[in-house]
Write a protein that binds this ligand. Structure first.
Ligand SMILES: NC(=O)c1ccc[n+]([C@@H]2O[C@H](COP(=O)([O-])OP(=O)(O)OC[C@H]3O[C@@H](n4cnc5c(N)ncnc54)[C@H](OP(=O)(O)O)[C@@H]3O)[C@@H](O)[C@H]2O)c1
Length: 413
């Protein structure tokens, strides 16, 4: 019998408690194992009266410690005090299962070190992609591959916003409000709409895939708050949708990671991932491309991933997935490093000069001009060797007095 405590009893925590109950008999018959939830930490127990946990709720972390648990489920969120609590428990040899991507992206490696020296473990399947199994395939099923790239739609809030903008032809502000009313966006949506949440998840996945710890603050992150109805319309004109893409590539010893609004073909696998759904597409040298998709958030989807981790702890199937012995010499590149097409959009004051500028900047065979009749919205598609080549031209364009604004989007195939 394993003694389990839980930090937090909100959306995910209540789902986890229910799954533990639902699977109790099965766990016993199939695995000859039992879990006993002995305590749940919250701030306001009154809020949770009558939800089946009355005898378990406490506001005292010392009380949780005194129960001498074997496993802790951390589903309270945020960095502090979650970090201190989890550390304290790990130092006592308690294994941790968490859904907290903020904590893992920031302190995952340190926590794993502490776990290793104390014969414990840290598992976090729910932290990336909610209910979609991605960490486990990365650390087990795909181990025979050298992973070359990852591309994901890993934030449900922004995917909901972009889907509504596309389907209903709405501006960003309107759809953000809709997402908040539908419960898909938090009151403070900053981490989602600025791309930070997606960046944390991408860095967790990329660190596992490339065996190199990548910090989200070191990568290029652009959110969806700058995407307009016109950008969506331009994309639609060339059969594309804009998605907040978390993308990373490894070529030789160079790694690129970024989060950015990018154009995917509307009939591609990623182009079909709409609303609150998530997907992670990964390319391995042996397997080719595989994609994992499903619900990236929500009470039971997330609890499903937490339960899977609990079972791994019970059956001793945990291992250290973050690169603890990081002796690799990878270079992290700011620019997308592969050959690609880009949609470039300009706001200008003179059309003839703009046409000359564009034709003078890129070889004609790499160019496709689309809209040249609206000074506020000139757009074209260009193919370059990498992002740096494009970026240098963009800087030059921006310096012209008839160019008021330039933005560009990766076209991901
Ligand atoms: N919701 C999802 O769909 C989802 C998906 C993937 C991952 N996650 C992650 O799962 C974690 C939990 O998310 P959630 O949606 O379940 O959050 P939530 O509904 O807001 O619940 C948080 C719980 O933690 C408790 N808590 C927070 N701060 C505390 C503190 N300082 N001391 C004691 N208790 C505290 C809260 O208690 P009080 O109510 O008493 O304050 C509440 O019971 C987060 O890390 C989140 O990023 C969530």
């Amino acid at each position: 019998l394993k003694r389990v405590v839980m930090l937090g009893f909100g959306t995910v925590g209540s789902g986890v408690m229910e799954l533990i109950e639902r699977n109790r008999a099965y766990l016993k018959s199939k695995y000859h194992n039992e879990m006993q939830l002995t305590g749940i930490l919250v701030r306001d127990p009154e809020k949770y009266k009558g939800r089946g946990a009355d005898g378990l709720l406490t506001t005292s972390f010392d009380e949780i410690l005194a129960q001498q648990p074997d496993i802790v489920i951390e589903v309270m969120g945020g960095i502090e005090p979650a970090n201190t609590y989890v550390r304290t428990l790990l130092e006592r040899g308690v294994s941790v299962v968490t859904a907290n991507k903020d904590l893992i992206a920031e302190y995952g490696l340190e926590l794993m070190e502490i776990a290793r020296t104390n014969n414990a473990s840290v598992s976090f399947e729910a932290a990336v992609g909610g209910g979609i199994p991605v960490i486990k395939p990365f650390r087990e099923s795909l181990k025979g591959n050298r992973i070359g790239s990852i591309a994901g739609i890993v934030n449900g809030t922004t995917n909901f916003i972009l889907t509504k903008m596309y389907e209903e032809n709405l501006e960003y502000d309107t759809t953000l409000k809709m997402a908040q009313e539908a419960g898909f966006a938090e009151a403070d949506p900053t981490a989602d709409v600025k791309g930070y949440d997606a960046a944390r998840k991408l860095c967790i996945l990329s660190s596992i895939a490339y065996d190199k710890m990548i910090r989200w603050k070191e990568i290029k992150v652009e959110g969806v708050d700058g995407v307009t109805k016109t950008d969506i319309q331009n994309a639609r004109d060339i059969d594309r949708k804009i998605k907040l893409l978390a993308v990373s590539t490894r070529d030789g010893s160079e790694i690129h990671c970024s989060v950015r609004p990018a154009l995917v073909h509307k009939h591609s696998a990623l182009g079909h991932i709409d609303n609150e759904f998530n997907a992670v597409e990964v390319e391995g040298d042996a397997v080719g491309k595989v994609m994992f998709t499903g619900k990236g958030a929500g009470k039971f989807p997330t609890a499903s991933a937490v339960y899977g981790d609990l079972l791994d702890v019970l059956t001793g199937k945990t291992d250290m997935v973050l690169p603890l012995n990081d002796d690799t010499n990878y270079k992290l590149s700011k620019y997308y490093a592969r050959r690609s097409k880009w949609l470039v959009r300009l706001k200008v004051t003179s059309m003839p000069e703009t046409i000359d500028l564009v034709l003078g900047s890129f070889p004609i065979h790499a160019l496709k001009l689309y809209r040249l009749n609206d000074l506020d919205n000139v757009f074209f598609v260009v193919e370059t060797e990498d992002e740096l080549e494009l970026y240098e031209k963009i800087v030059e364009m921006k310096s012209q007095n008839f160019v008021q604004d330039v933005k560009y989007f990766l076209m991901y195939d």
